[in-house]
Design a protein around this ligand. Structure first.
Ligand SMILES: C[S@@+](CC[C@H](N)C(=O)[O-])C[C@H]1O[C@@H](n2cnc3c(N)ncnc32)[C@H](O)[C@@H]1O
Length: 325
């Protein structure tokens, strides 16, 4: 099979509850266009450089994804199916498809979808090289994460929902979304969400472009005013570790739940608040690494309770990896 890209004729209509806010998120990521990929992923053509603003977190997520991919290949399987819900510019799916190909998977089915048409157009453009790979069936399309997914039950090996997609959805929709993702996913579901207490960002671009931003925690509303005159308000939920687990606990065995990038994004060299000299300070960087590793699974560090009994994570079949940052 060769890869193919589809963009259905699409007019965003969001008939369900919270429609206006979902439409607002759609508009924000649509307007951000290519700036979002540059902000989130650095150079989107250098897939494994991880030189975006969230480079540390990206490397952690990638280490996990690569391990899952390799483990599936080690079972002898040559066929894999991957789904990316809220794929944005498609960087994660391109990473996975490219790596799956080099690992020797000969049949790779991958679908990414997102509500923002501009993100999907970007994903399609950036994925054109993958069209040349035989055995790759790659689809990017505009769709809204709600209701029934088109995939058959148990047909997806790895489902992703990375970097705040779930934070944009009304929390009351999460149990249904969990059930639907569980229906189609046979092995792994991996998600990251934005945590209560995380370092603020404006999500679509560098925080330097914001004149003002605020988050109303009681209403799950995020308001951003940019220097270029744009003003947006959309749904944004900050999760505690325990509630994230609770939304998915009925459908998944949770294999791992951890804080991600708790220290690097606050303390790593950043000219806005740390001196440039820290860039070369290997000892300081090692110390951050040590803190991340030691504390990422200590859920009480976040005051949210330990989700696992003393024996550790439960055994799993179809499992869920979660991170919050
Ligand atoms: C912070 S971006 C993350 C994009 C991508 N997962 C990544 O890690 O690069 C959040 C994405 O969620 C998408 N999104 C928000 N609400 C959505 C929904 N209801 N259905 C599908 N995508 C949605 C946005 O359009 C945006 O591209």
């Amino acid at each position: 099979m060769s890869s193919r890209h589809r963009l259905r004729n699409y007019s965003p209509v969001f008939p369900d509850r919270g429609a206006a806010n979902i439409a607002a998120a759609y508009a924000a990521y649509n307007e951000a266009g290519g700036d979002y990929a540059a902000y989130a992923d650095g150079d989107p053509t250098r897939l494994y450089d991880f030189d975006g603003l969230h480079g540390y977190a990206d490397r952690q997520v990638w280490a996990l994804l690569e391990a899952k991919l390799s483990a599936l290949r080690a079972t002898g399987s040559r066929s894999i199916s991957i789904l990316d819900a809220g794929c944005g510019p498609g960087t994660w799916l391109r990473r996975l498809v490219t790596r799956a190909y080099t690992l020797g998977f000969t049949s790779i089915t991958a679908r990414g979808f997102d509500i923002a048409k501009a993100q999907i157009q970007r994903a399609q453009l950036l994925a054109r090289d993958l069209e040349k790979l035989s055995g790759v069936d790659l689809t990017f399309e505009v769709a809204h994460l709600a209701g029934r997914l088109p995939e058959a039950g148990g047909s997806v090996d790895i489902t992703l929902c990375l970097y705040s997609v779930l934070s944009h959805l009304p929390v009351e929709s999460l149990p249904n979304i969990s059930s639907e993702i569980a229906r189609v996913t046979s092995v792994h579901f991996i998600t990251t969400v934005r945590a209560a207490g995380s370092t603020p960002t404006i999500l679509i671009d560098s925080i330097k472009k914001a004149r003002h931003f605020s988050h109303d925690n009681s209403r799950d509303k995020y308001e951003i005013a940019l220097y270029d005159g744009r003003h947006m308000i959309f749904d944004f939920h900050l999760f505690t570790a325990a509630e994230l687990q609770n939304y998915f606990a009925d459908d998944f065995e949770v294999e791992d739940l951890r804080g991600l990038d708790l220290f690097h994004n606050r303390f790593a060299p950043d000219s806005r608040w740390n001196p440039a000299s820290l860039t070369a300070d290997v000892q300081f960087c090692n110390e951050l690494e040590r803190l991340e590793e030691n504390l990422c699974q200590k859920i009480r560090f976040h005051g949210t309770g330990d989700p696992f009994p003393a024996g550790g994570a439960p055994p799993r079949n179809r499992d869920l990896e979660m991170s919050w940052k």
